[in-house]
Design a protein. Structure first.
Length: 121
């Protein structure tokens, strides 16, 4: 939940720095409190079945949901609530995130094992 809110705040701050249209100038607190963002962060993004399973993957998954939810809200005013679309989009990429995290852990452990075996020889 916290990473989803952090992602929303970061994207909101980026859009505030750009300020190209009136939706980009809304302050981050208002962006987070507006619409169903918090509802989605608490109840939809925390679904244990379709979300990421690794601890690091959960943080990345939530952060990207927050980024995409604010991005959809700002770039498409005809679709004011992009939280559900952001959750669905990230649900597609959750297995890919988990796969990347697991592969990175395997590479890190393999590197550590090789380093340890070279030192002991």
């Amino acid at each position: 939940m916290l990473s989803t809110i952090a992602g929303g705040v970061v994207m909101s701050l980026i859009f505030n720095a750009i300020g190209a249209n009136s939706y980009m100038t809304i302050d981050p607190l208002t962006q987070i409190l507006m619409g169903g963002f918090l509802f989605g962060a608490v109840f939809m993004a925390t679904d244990p079945v379709t979300g990421s399973q690794t601890p690091t993957g959960k943080i990345i998954y939530g952060f990207l949901i927050g980024l995409f939810a604010i991005m959809i809200r700002v770039f498409n005013p005809a679709y004011p609530e992009g939280m559900m679309l952001a959750v669905l989009l990230m649900n597609m990429f959750a297995p890919l995130i988990d796969h990347a995290i697991v592969r990175a852990n395997i590479r890190r452990r393999l590197k550590r094992t090789i380093k340890t075996s070279v030192v002991t020889k």
